[in-house]
Design a protein around this ligand. Structure first.
Ligand SMILES: [Fe+2]
Ligand SMILES: [Fe+2]
Length: 289
């Protein structure tokens, strides 16, 4: 069986190349990465209308070409909580919304969560669609977090490739667990999550692997320029160890580094951690010492 490829590209941007289909969640690119970006995805999923998840500059590059078919969004990307600049502060902008200012409306599909966070937002009636079949992949929508209003629910996506027996759950800016997430038990391989606390979410979902995202580092290879959202972690290793402790052995932590693309051995679903050695010198500086 061919291997698959997973990549965290910074913030909430996550890509899965599954062989016969490529998907991307919350794409968010800058500088040369943005200029060089190729529209290699069949489907793109947006969690919510905040600028770091629904990023028109990136979407204009990726929502193009023969391969791309559809952009899936929550309703807030089309009818945000107006007036946008006042209500969202620096989290969303009138210049960006609705997203159909940048992407053709007939290629934008609004979707709604099938499973709601009733405790936080109350019980609501949504029109759907809540789940859909996209050929090789099946998609189910769950409520995420950071909704501008209860009637503007945000979306977390379960994407399952049945034939390849692999499933990814991208949580968007979900802040905590809620009971219907237990429906995901035994169905998620890769939980791509951003916000802590991690423990209750892992207890609810019981994924095989957890890939933490939505933080920035001061590494030279960091794809998001300094001064941009999200904020830097002061100590990435300490953060990852803290997450590992929160997870408590119930799932395996996969400490991806953005923007490295990782090959995943199938059907074992084991990430191949490649050790890429390089010298940071041409002539050893210590020779002259
Ligand atoms: Fe957000
Ligand atoms: Fe965010």
């Amino acid at each position: 069986m061919d291997n698959i490829y997973l990549r965290w590209a910074g913030c909430g941007h996550f890509e899965a190349l599954l062989g016969d289909i490529n998907v991307c969640f919350d794409p968010y690119l800058f500088g040369e990465d943005l200029e060089r970006a190729e529209p290699i995805f069949d489907y793109i999923f947006i969690s919510h209308e905040h600028f770091d998840h629904c990023h028109p500059k990136t979407l204009r590059k990726l929502c193009a070409g023969d391969r791309w078919k559809k952009l899936f969004v929550p309703i807030g990307c089309l009818t945000p909580n107006e007036p946008v600049d006042k209500n969202y502060g620096d989290a969303a902008f009138a210049r960006d919304l609705p997203v159909t200012k940048h992407i053709p409306a007939d290629k934008v599909q609004v979707v709604y969560p099938k499973y709601q966070d009733v405790e936080r937002y109350g019980r609501r009636e949504f029109p759907g669609p809540f789940e859909f079949d996209l050929g090789p992949i099946q998609v189910e929508v769950y409520e995420s977090g950071e909704s501008a209003r209860p009637d503007l629910p945000t979306c977390a996506y379960l994407v399952t490739h049945a034939a390849r027996d692999v499933a990814i759950f991208h949580t968007g800016d979900l802040h905590g667990a809620y009971p219907p997430l237990e429906n995901l038990r035994g169905r998620v391989d890769y939980l791509v999550h951003m916000k802590t606390p991690m423990g209750p979410l892992v207890d609810a979902v019981q994924p095989k692997f957890v890939i933490p995202t939505h933080y920035r580092t001061d590494r030279q290879s960091e794809p998001i320029p300094a001064g941009h959202w999200p904020p830097n972690l002061t100590d990435v290793n300490a953060f990852l160890e803290d997450l590992r402790e929160q997870i408590g052995g119930k799932a395996q932590l996969l400490p991806f580094t953005a923007p490295i693309q990782y090959e995943v051995e199938m059907p074992a679903k084991q990430v191949k951690w490649a050790w890429e050695w390089y010298n940071s010198w041409d002539i050893p500086a210590w020779r002259a010492e």
